[in-house]
Design a protein around this ligand. Sequence first.
Ligand SMILES: [Zn+2]
Length: 850
Amino acid sequence: MSVLTRNEAQTRAQLLDVHRYTVGLDLTTGEATFDSTTAIRFTARTAGDTFVEIKPETLRSLSLDGQPLDPERLDGNRYPLDSLTAGPHELTVAATMRYSRTGEGMHRFTDPADGETYVYTQLFMEDVQRVFAAFDQPDLKSVFDLTVTTPTGWTVLGNGVSTQAADGRWHIAPTPPISTYLVAVAAGPWHSVTTQHAGLPFGIHCRRSLAPHLDADADEILDITRACYDRYHEKFDEPYPFDSYDQAFVPEFNAGAMENPGLVTFRDEFVYRSAVTDTERQTRAMVVAHEMAHMWFGDLVTLTWWDDIWLNESFAEYMGYQTLTEATRFTDTWTDFGVARKGWGYDADQRPSTHPVAPDPDAVPDTASALLNFDGISYAKGASALRQLVAWLGEKDFLAGINTHFSRHKFANATLADFIDNLATATDRDVHTWADAWLRTTGVDTLTAHVETSGHSWNLTVDRAGDRPHRVTVGTYDHSLDTHTGTDQLTLRDRFDIDIPQDGTPVTQPGHRPDLVVLNDHDLTYAKIRLDPGSWDTALTHLSGIPDPLTRALVWNTARDMVRDGELHPTVHLTAARTHLPYETDLALVQGVLGFAATQIADRYLPPQDRPTALATLTSLCRDLLRRTEGLTAKDWEQAPGTTTPGSPDPGLRLIAVRHFIDAATQPDAIQDWLREGTVPGGPELDAELRWRILTRLAVLGATDETAIAHELDKDPSATGQEGAARCRAALPTAEAKAAAWQAMFTDDTLSNYLFTATAQGFWQPGQSELLHPYVARYYPDAIALAARRGPAIAEAAGRHAFPAHAVDPDSIRLGEQALTDPALTPALRRKLTDQLDDLRRALAVRDAH
Ligand SMILES: [Zn+2]
């Protein structure tokens, strides 16, 4: 198979003008394959040679302008079209195509809960070739006209409105011009909730076995959808460009969601079977908002080549968080962004694999290299840069520039240069220079505050390591005694904006020096922040007394990257978490800080002999949170999300404490009691997710067995149940269990992407290093061979979840470095390994620093 290069794409875009694809898919031909016919009408601007792509099981026939072509000439995924004459042509292709089990192409899934089958496409980047023949590149937009034949009783969803022409024969309304990677079909006996908004059909869909869970949240999901839709119409001049808006929650989906025009697909974990926190509901809402932003940015105006993938993702990420804050009950989304997303960007930006937000086009020579850029830089750093751009330009000018961009390039393609030129039409500021400094460079700037008293005033100077301009807010805070409670609080004194670099003179403010000076209050820029020593002391001792959660998020991020840089002992971070989290009211913060403490500090940054103490600290913290959330009634648990009474215990906080208590338990007794009683004392009652979570932990501790796992699977035979059982089995601390799990992951090529991931998640456990030691060396050759056989999605899962991340030692790093020289290593796995090895080196450095 050949990956498309940018040069080839440019050449083909000059030669061809593609008008219309007429596609027929027959999904009634068995469980392994489906039939695909394509007729492509296009014009060659001159005479020339080119090719069309397809990855068939069998290529049955082709014809060009009615003349048959020889199917044997297919070369990998390319069929040559030599000596095309100038003028209009019609190419027809008939092929048998294979269903996928990896979430790529046409994924086929049979629900273990009821035996119903569903298929859906994920055609991103170059996977349209797994479904039908195409000139597969983003800047050859075309009309797509699809007909789909299905078993009786199925519903077909597509980019346009679908209608059943005859029993099992569905026609999808032709699209306006869109890119090949954005075509989508989802077919099966879907459960649907439909409505109308602004004159358009809106629908949400999931597999039947999830119907009650979708119904329970349908109002919430549709309200968010309508609110975002209306808000985007206030921001954007161009109306929504497609004829309907369907959101399908589909099984075994690799990403969070995909922005297919008129048919967004989501991973169906977003249909909640078990209790979730309000932060998780906010995340789902954010994904709804993110994907809808893509309807304009990505779908209406599409990147010309994959080097601009960041522009798609940064824009949707920024708009998703911002629009949610403006238009829905989720008004504090930037705190979650600070805690959950920015760290992803900072981490990626400090690795050897970092790249500019906007990479040089030569750095993305083909689709395989483009795939590597779906990382913390393209999403989190890019969105942070756009947020800083809005702070600097003002939102009005920013939106004016965006609207110019849409009107100039609608139903066509654009580059970063177009985007910057269009922004420049709306402002006097020098956006080109800004873009060079922010988008064409790598790394994180560090801003360090120095505060000194000078008579009756105080001075602030900021040192900058790095070259970017920053506009930041400075927040100043003083101690005050709350006379009712007798507790020490911090009160905001003032906030003011400064530009960095400063013009050479410090900022002078009247009065005594504040107890706490926070640089980048509001978190509007992207930089590491170091407070002055006095402020840092105040921050560590009074973190939970800082009034604004966004400010607390910034301070926690500072603590986080000081730990990662070896400047703060991991146990100091753990002690701060133990001290302040019991008083934290923002769920995203509790979740984010606890997650870092558990998976990085306890499992990696502290040496193994200190892990039990760290876990004890975490369980005692969770017990404290459980005590503080006592007294919830059954009614509180059932209450509509987001409606907890201020001052009363938050069920979401209790749920986070329960989950982390389970994960950190070093003795089976307490959680075994919970499982036997079917409830945590004082609630919540255990739902499927919590039962599997406890059983996984018991498996890790060697306190359960196959009988108990099989019994639990009888009670929950759903797809999630199958994953739970696979995770538990792989987690059991026996040589047989590990051997069986390894065999499943690395030799069973029919294992689905989701069961692979669940098995990998159970396999590696930080407390089982002796048992797992032989697998550290086996991992590299086995993962390299697996990635080569099964493709990018499984390579990603093998690099992310099956990697020996707890083997923090020089031998393990050396083995990994040797593996990087293996010529059989695929680009997707190479990138994952490079990053994982960097994390291991960092963990080792953190251990050595103290
Ligand atoms: Zn996106």
